[in-house]
Ligand binder design. Structure first.
Ligand code: TXA
Ligand code: MG
Length: 354
């Protein structure tokens, strides 16, 4: 299959109406189109068509018990998809939609089991990225979309990342530039009336709690699950975001962390490993002579979030064998919870405590 790649002006997507129309035709005919959102690129198909859902799983190489998020372009499109919208769900929608928040509801029959991986619930998201909204509107159906990476690889935050993973596997990629937030959406389960955080993201736990009061957090968010334990978001059980390199996260006082990493990286290099260090603008100078990937600024964690997946992909492009990463947030609050959730998965929970 040849994959068409077409640029869209992210500020004025309707200037490229021909591209949107072409993409919508593909979706209406059961094909797959990758598109930008403010979080990461999605791999879209018709959410109401079981065959489209099957094609998405095949293109990603993803287990079909891992449900897809259904994307809408207007709040009015939610009602037909779900059984009930709780008062707290309404409050979250009012506060954060459109935006990087996905809500889980009990599903209506119109949503096929293939889309929800056999679950009775459906995850729905109303993104705010202008290209995403224009594309979904043009499709005229809700768009099921996981992140547009090969299963297990870091999520794509640029069209070039999607092309690297998906060229020849999908019909089209809409290139709308780089994604603003760079981490996948926050997921909150609203079934049963209360709220439970299933995946942390740029809408932080604190922001959610300001709106609906205290919420619970699924265990899979902060720690590795034990044999037999099940996360509420099925996707949280799979290895994720993993470059080929062995990743080690180092936690402790920053001075100690820097000394430890510099020493380990030197030892590894002497032993013939290609070694890299993921550091920040505050710490990069401590690693002279090493391959350093500067991920962002510790005082602006949103820069770290936005660059995280790009840096993990870069580890592969550089052919690194071993990568050391400084711990970013001791308390794991705010955006730190989402950043450390993705990093710990990328490292397979390999953390050195100093
Ligand atoms: O930001 C995002 O959410 C991106 C963009 C494209 O919207 N999408 C994304 O999709 O990250 P994906 O498939 O990579 O991750 C979806 C996560 C998985 O962990 C999945 O298990 C969970 O959402 N999920 C989907 N439906 C669910 C449901 N009904 N109940 C619980 N978790 C669900
Ligand atoms: Mg994903």
């Amino acid at each position: 299959m040849e994959t068409l790649i077409a640029k869209v002006d992210g500020e004025n997507p309707y200037n490229d109406k021909d591209v949107l129309d072409k993409a919508a035709d593909i979706i209406k005919n059961g094909g797959l189109v990758a598109f930008p959102t403010e979080t990461v690129y999605g791999l879209g198909g018709n959410a109401l068509d079981p065959d489209s859902a099957r094609r998405i799983y095949a293109a990603k190489g993803r287990p079909s018990d891992n449900p897809l998020i259904v994307h809408i372009s207007d709040i009015s499109e939610l009602k037909p998809l779900v059984k009930d919208i709780s008062p707290k769900a309404h409050m979250l929608m009012d506060a954060f939609w459109p935006g990087p928040l996905t809500l889980v509801f009990d599903k209506n029959d119109i949503v096929p089991d293939e889309t929800t991986g056999g679950l009775d619930t459906v995850a729905v998201r109303f993104p705010e990225n202008k290209t995403a909204i224009a594309f979904i509107k043009a499709c005229g159906v809700p768009v099921a979309a996981p992140s547009a990476n090969i299963s297990g690889k870091p999520s794509p935050t640029r069209a070039s990342h999607v092309a690297f993973d998906m060229d020849g596997r999908i019909d089209m990629i809409i290139d709308g530039g780089s994604c603003e937030f760079g981490l996948e959406s926050t997921i909150v389960d609203t079934t049963g009336g209360d709220c439970c955080l299933l995946r942390p993201g740029s809408i932080t736990k604190e922001m959610l709690e300001e709106t609906v009061g205290s919420i619970s957090v699924d265990k899979a968010v902060v720690s590795a699950l034990r044999e037999g334990e099940k996360p509420k978001a099925p996707g949280m059980k799979y290895t994720h975001y993993s470059p080929k390199a062995d990743i080690t996260i180092v936690r402790g006082a920053l001075d100690k962390v820097k000394r430890y990493i510099a020493q380990k990286a030197s030892e590894d290099s002497e032993n013939g490993f290609k070694t890299g260090i993921i550091a920040t603008v505050q710490t990069e100078n401590g690693y002279k002579g090493h391959t350093v990937l500067v991920i962002g600024d510790r005082t602006h964690p949103e820069t770290i979030a936005a660059n995280l997946f790009k840096m993990l992909r870069k580890c592969d492009h550089l052919g690194l064998d071993k990568v050391y990463v400084e711990y970013f947030d001791e308390e794991e609050h705010g955006l730190g919870m989402a950043i450390m959730n993705r990093l710990k998965k990328a490292a397979g929970y390999n953390i050195v405590e100093l």
